[in-house]
Write a protein that binds this ligand. Structure first.
Ligand SMILES: C[S@@+](CC[C@H](N)C(=O)[O-])C[C@H]1O[C@@H](n2cnc3c(N)ncnc32)[C@H](O)[C@@H]1O
Length: 418
């Protein structure tokens, strides 16, 4: 960013910081509120606001008046340029819809929806390393722990996005209402949906959610959301009265594979698309692109020699594979060549020993993939800047989503928004 612009943005932030301080929830940095306000002005969105102190609209008018009085805001067009011009990954100027990014990680879900004309109006992620990568790429410091955020304070939005950790529910509450989900992160999502009434919500999770706790976890999630006025492709009648098996059979149709969307990775995730009752009849999940993939598509020309695993590690992987096979416990490491159609799923633990994805090399031990290759395996754009720490970068890409899968889903949502 040119110095004068960087200085001006700094002046904007310094001016509004004292007002933002009293709106900061526990577990969140003041920077998050400041960034949210600055982006809200640039994208014509609502302010995050502690409603016990003021109203979101009055607060926004007050901050805009202050910036105008200090000649830091002339019009929205030039303010948008000031805020976003220096970023490579940014929303379009006149966004078609607004979304919030919960359990945001490094913003893979955000990228898919931003690519399709959406503007992010609020993000939450409590891991400090992921927050740093998020800020570096999206110019926005995410809010912290979602359990400390009052849903009323969250800005209005059309789409809620959340890839949340899968947790079991208590079997004690037989009503299976929203109150029975207390103490889980899903409860926080459901409370936000109930309060803010977005048109759509996308819940992303591991494929194992379908069979988690013999199907009970999924049933509670779906039952809670249908009770608060949301629909998905599984009929309400089936959610209420169907067997866990029947619900699981339907839920499997919400599972999408990354390899079907142009990236050479065998990743399967469930994408539960929900909408406000009556908005649409059914959601049409995107069809596979039909593009054939090869591991070679994501490989660097000149990979670092340090990626080659040591004799000791390689011997350990081979030994464990034999031991596991004898115990009937899966197959251990996953070895691919550039000609393989896809790799195993990259997970958050990849940095430990690289066992799930090893690349065979002529005349030497196999190698791990690089962090850039991990980014490509998840369909991140080349301009995305990974964490400087390799451990964090592997963790963050492993925890993230395959961007082209999210883009395909977002494209369907965009069409329904028109
Ligand atoms: C599976 S990852 C989602 C990654 C994200 N979809 C992406 O594209 O990078 C789940 C994230 O939720 C975050 N998380 C877990 N509990 C949280 C909480 N209470 N508040 C905020 N973030 C939380 C974790 O730190 C983790 O980064």
């Amino acid at each position: 960013m040119m110095n004068s612009k960087a200085n001006k943005l700094q002046q904007v932030e310094n001016l509004i910081k004292p007002i933002a301080t009293c709106h900061v929830p526990d577990g969140t940095e003041v920077e998050a509120v400041v960034d949210q306000w600055v982006h809200a002005i640039a994208t014509d969105s609502q302010f995050f606001c502690d409603n016990d102190i003021s109203s979101a609209n009055e607060l926004k008018a007050e901050v805009i008046a202050l910036l105008k009085a200090n000649e830091l805001l002339i019009n929205i067009e030039s303010f948008y340029e000031l805020v976003f011009e220096h970023l490579t990954l940014k929303p379009i100027r006149d966004s078609n819809f607004k979304f919030i990014d919960l359990f945001a990680g490094i913003g893979g879900v955000r990228l898919g929806f931003q690519n399709n004309g959406g503007a992010c109006v609020f993000s939450s992620e409590f891991d400090k390393h992921a927050q740093a990568t998020y800020q570096n790429n999206h110019g926005e410091f995410p809010f912290g722990d979602i359990t400390s955020i009052n849903p009323i304070s969250i800005p209005e939005h059309d789409v809620l996005l959340a890839g949340f950790p899968c947790q079991p529910f208590s079997h004690a509450g037989l009503k299976l209402g929203i109150d029975d989900t207390r103490g889980t992160l899903f409860h926080n999502i459901a409370r936000i949906i109930e309060e803010k009434q977005p048109k759509f919500a996308l819940l992303e999770n591991v494929k194992g959610l379908v069979s988690h706790d013999k199907g009970y976890t999924l049933k509670v999630i779906l039952k809670t959301l249908t009770d608060i006025g949301y629909s998905c492709n599984i009929p309400k009648e089936l959610i209420e009265n169907g067997t866990a098996k029947q619900i699981q059979t339907e839920a499997k149709k919400m599972v999408m594979k990354s390899v079907d969307f142009g990236v050479p990775q065998n990743r399967q995730r469930i994408y539960i698309m929900l909408w406000k009752n009556g908005l649409i009849e059914q959601f049409e999940y995107p069809k596979p692109t039909g593009v054939t993939t090869k591991v070679a598509d994501i490989l660097e020309d000149d990979p670092c020699e340090k990626l080659t695993i040591s004799d000791r590690l390689w011997a350990g992987h081979q030994r464990r594979k034999i031991e596991n096979k004898a115990k009937g416990k899966g197959f251990g490491y996953g070895l691919v060549t550039p000609e393989s159609e896809y790799t195993n799923t990259i997970s958050a633990r990849y940095y430990k020993d690289g066992s799930e994805i090893l690349l065979a090399q002529e005349g030497k031990n196999p190698r791990k993939i690089s962090t850039r290759e991990a980014a490509r395996l998840q369909g991140f754009p080349e301009v995305f800047v990974p964490s400087k720490s390799n451990t964090q970068a592997y963790k963050q890409f492993g925890n993230s989503v395959t961007v082209p899968v999210i883009s395909a889903l977002a494209n369907k949502v965009k069409q329904l928004m028109e």
